[in-house]
Structures are given as C-alpha cells and as structure tokens.
Design a protein around this ligand. Structure first.
Ligand code: GMT
Length: 377
C-alpha cells in the first residue's frame, strides 16, 4: 500500500461540514505523500497557506448571454476532465453527491474508465436534495456510477439505501478531527471577556439554517439560565440569525447572548464553552459535536440522524427527542450542576474523540478505499 496517488478533490469550498472534511482530508493525504488537487469554484476556506503536495484549480463558469443560468455543473465536469488528463489523476474524490458525483461521472465519460470515482455523502445531499423529484434520479445515477461510495454515519447509509433504493455497498467513513488542532485550549484569559467566574458558557455553532432549530437553542438557554447563571455564544452566520435576535429580545435574555459571527479558530472558541447545544431536526453526523467533544465540551442535543453515533447518551453528553427542549434544558442543568458527572463526561468525550474519530484512523480508511478501487490492495 505504498504507491502514492494523484487525487482530485471536489467539494463546496465555503463554510460547511462537508467542505471542512474534504479540505482537512486533502491536507492529511498530502502530508502522507499523495498529490492532491482541489478542483472547486473557490479556494476552500480551510486551505489557507501553502501546503506541500496540494494544488488548487479554480472552475471558471462561462456566462455567455444566451444562458439564463450559468452552467456551473458542466463547467465543473469539463474542468475535472481537463485536470485528470493534465495531471494524470488516479482518483476523483467528490464530497456531497449533488452535483459533484454527476459531474465526476461526466468527466469519466470524457477521459475513460481508468479514472476511478469515490463519492462521499454528507447529509443534506440525501436527506433533503434526494427527496426532491427534480434531482432524485440524477443523484441516484451519480451514486450508482461511482466506484466507491462512502457516508459519514450508519444512519446516512441506511437513509440513502431507503430513499434512493441503492443496492451497492456504501462504506462508513466517520468524520474526524485533527488532534493537533482540536484539544482543550487554555483560554482562561479570554473567558473573562464573556462570562463572570460564577457563570457557565453555552455555545451553538452552525450555519443557522432551519434544520438546526436555533429557536430551540434559545428555549433551552432560557430555561437553563433561570437555574444556572450563564451566557450563550452563537458562532456562525445564516438565514435564521435575525429570528434569534428578535426572540432573544422578547425573552429578555439578549444581554446574556453574544453573537460572534464566523470564526476561523473554532477550537479556541469551543474551549471557552461548558456545553454545546445541538438540537437539530436533521444531522447526518454533527461535526460540531465531535469538534466540541475533542475540545472537552459535552453536547446536549437531539437524537436526530447520526448524532447518537457521535454523542453517546449519558457518557459523552445527553440527547433527547427533536423539539424536547424541556428535557434538553434539564440535562444541561444536571451536568452543569454536578462537577463529578461533568468531569466524567469530558474525560469520556476526549477518549472517544481520540479513539474513534482521529485524523490518522479516518485518513487510513479513505486510503484503503482508494487502493481497493484501483486494485492496488
Ligand atoms: O449542516 C449543514 O447544513 C452543512 C452540511 C454540509 O454539507 O456541509 O453538513 C452536513 O455534513 C457534515 C459533514 O459531514 C455533517 O457533520 C452534518 O451533520 C451534515 N448536515 C446535515 O446533515 C444537516
């Protein structure tokens, strides 16, 4: 298994768990000596500085006046084929099925069968887009024509098979955190900027889309704050943010809430917090719960989708039914009021993150899949 590969990676380069995982994986593969080519419409936001063995190719979209809509998907397919030929790539690894798996399939039609395609399903590509009749058949095609398909939780594998009647095997590739970045940081100085010594800090990080149920975050915090003096940090940006601001004012808790907006150093911000709130409606994995766990922060949230595969009930956090904010608030109060329980949850979480979701382990899982599809085992 020593042959170094030439791997093309396509993902959504802006904020989002799938883009984060694709970019972090690319950097780790490059560290392992593979040549990695990102082929995307913008520089992946976590790529940042120069990395040895990492290349970036931007997809340019033609906006000729006859087009009502710029044909991004087709430009991507054409660019994939060009880069595969120019750089002699062995594999295209596309993250998020739509449209990337379909574009990779088209690229393969151009360059020939030698090219192998690995598609990683991340969540809403299946739980939302594949339910849409205008996209469903194309998503099924992209999956069926991939040489290997992976998904980030058992729950997502099951949902993919049932929604799209997929029969081919789907590999489980859990998301991961880089242990060199995600660990409990010493933030005692910074913490003073946000909370008094007797106050706890709750945090929610997301893209503030409806599936995140961020009004539930406020409900939970409102109830917790009545029993435990606390502050709430919101990190991220998105369409539902203004609703939160309005509701916080109505509840009279706006002075206890801090909106930090988008942040680059998530591990640093997470280390400020005592509890992560994740009451999502849908969540194929919940990368942010893993990031929190690796930084020593237990999650209180819903048992939606793949979250229970990340957060183990009563061991690394507490999960309740979607919308049951009373239970979530009670669980938060319980762990914030019992030091022994809290320390145990933190220690279990650190161990779990290291053991099951470590960067080396998951990178190796992906490498094995690449070697398998290339018949290099
Ligand atoms: O959560 C989002 O809305 C973003 C979305 C994405 O495509 O980046 O996240 C999905 O992929 C992440 C990485 O695999 C998972 O951790 C998230 O749980 C998943 N989101 C949903 O399923 C809603």
């Amino acid at each position: 298994m020593t042959k170094k590969l030439k791997i093309g990676i396509t993902c959504y380069p802006s904020l989002g768990g799938s883009g984060i995982i694709a970019t972090e994986l690319g950097k780790l593969l490059a560290e392992n000596g593979h040549e990695v080519h990102f082929i995307t419409h913008g520089m992946p936001f976590r790529l940042g500085k120069y990395h040895k063995n990492v290349f970036y190719h931007e997809v340019q979209v033609t906006n000729y006046h006859v087009f009502k809509y710029p044909p991004y998907d087709l430009s991507l397919a054409n660019k994939l084929a060009q880069i595969v030929r120019m750089k002699n790539l062995d594999i295209l690894h596309v993250h998020y099925a739509f449209p990337h798996a379909v574009c990779a399939y088209l690229a393969k039609q151009i360059v020939g069968e030698k090219l192998k395609i690995v598609t990683t399903l991340h969540g809403t590509d299946i739980t939302i887009l594949a339910q849409d009749e205008s996209l469903k058949d194309l998503i099924r095609l992209g999956i069926n024509e991939s040489d290997a398909v992976t998904a980030v939780s058992k729950d997502l594998i099951q949902e993919t098979k049932s929604v799209l009647s997929i029969e081919k095997p789907i590999d489980l590739t859990y998301n991961f955190v880089d242990k060199r970045e995600y660990y409990p940081r010493d933030v005692s100085d910074c913490r003073k900027d946000f909370a008094q010594p007797n106050e706890k800090i709750l945090i929610h990080i997301s893209n503030f889309r409806p599936v995140k149920r961020i009004l539930d975050v406020l409900d939970i915090f409102y109830k917790v704050n009545q029993k435990v003096p606390s502050k709430l940090l919101f990190v991220g940006e998105g369409p539902e943010l203004s609703k939160v601001q309005c509701k916080a004012e109505k509840l009279g808790i706006d002075d206890r809430i801090i909106f930090l907006g988008k942040q680059d150093d998530v591990a640093q911000v997470l280390s400020l917090a005592d509890v992560m709130l994740l009451p999502s409606e849908k969540e194929s994995f919940g990368l942010v719960a893993l990031e929190a766990m690796a930084c020593g922060v237990p999650t209180i949230g819903s048992n939606a989708g793949g979250i229970p595969e990340v957060v183990t009930q009563g061991e690394t956090g507490y999960l309740a039914n979607i919308g049951d904010t009373n239970q979530m608030a009670n669980d938060a109060i319980k762990i914030l009021s019992d030091d022994d329980l809290y320390v145990q949850l933190v220690s279990n979480g650190l161990e779990r993150a290291r053991h099951y979701f470590c960067n080396n382990l998951i990178t190796e899982t992906y490498e094995k899949i690449y070697y398998r599809v290339l018949n290099l085992e």
